[in-house]
Design a protein around this ligand. Sequence first.
Ligand code: ATP
Length: 355
Amino acid sequence: MDAIRADSIVKKFGQVTALDGVSVEVAAGELFFLLGASGCGKTTLLRCIAGLETPTSGHIFFGDRDVTQLPPHKREAAMVFQSYALWPHLNVERNVAFGLEERKVDKAEIRRRVGEALELVHLSGMGDRGIDQLSGGQQQRVALARALVVRPKCLLLDEPLSNLDAKLRIEMRREIRRIVKEGGLTGVYVTHDQEEALSMADRMAVLNKGRIEQLGTAEDVYRNPHTAFVSGFIGETNLVKGKALEVRGEFAMIESAAGPLVGRVTRPEWVPAAGEEVILSIRPEAWRVDSQSGENPITGKIIERSYLGQRIQYLVDTPVGIQQVVELNPHLVREPGETPLRLTARHSDVAVLQA
Ligand code: ATP
């Protein structure tokens, strides 16, 4: 395994700046996610790491090696794509062996390494199956085995699960994480699916318009979003406008349409000035329904209720706009129209963001 470092990467395609000075370090053995909306530059960054694109400026390092000018096959990185790009006329074993045959590895060694790769993806004994005799999930495992058979130090994955149905996708999340960890690989994984990233990543970078907007562990990015974009992209949230009244330590009091609300300033290098417009991000599960003594009390009226089994979701009309509220206690059922409904949210569960 190798650490991967992208240093001030700029990539332009004609007039389009796909990457606008991106720097990121992925530790050896880490499973790192590049996350962002369509067109934010995540695939371009992955392709620069793989050697399929050359940056306009900046450098890519694998460990201490500057690989910026090296062709893909000299980087000891393997890539897995959304379309598995398997050969339909070759069986599983031949598909996996293909890369080694091209590299003129001797036959016995090929057989040993193909066996090893198939075992790692739990497809042992299926080597002579035709590709069309496999399920979507099994085909994805073949694509993974084919990437692993060349014994890469890094595994680069570009939306590898988007062609699978929901249930398989969840199963393969666990599998890919296991394969990266058991294989002792450094993994970089591109997706626009925030749930995939939250459930699998050691750390993630959220990209927006060719720049990294935030970098951190899943929990850190979810709990402490630095911008309204990140808080809306990673998970669901309610955004509430306000004006800063006063800052005390990490907490700020904000004037809102429902009166003063207190939240936590989550961005380390920023403190709102008195009178500055800000945005509050309040997760649906941060609102408590009808707690008598909670912090940040506001009142509202339920306009919609959805029963979701383990939780109930309400839409509540309040002076700060319609709030999405998730009640995790399914026995606390309230009826639409019931008014006034009291909502509270802990100061530490409200993020104060730059407008
Ligand atoms: P998606 O999730 O849709 O794949 P992405 O975040 O991976 O999006 P990129 O594919 O990296 O985005 O594209 C970033 C920007 O660069 C986009 O505006 C895209 O149109 C542009 N771009 C990417 N590749 C090329 C290319 N070969 N030629 C011209 N423009 C390109």
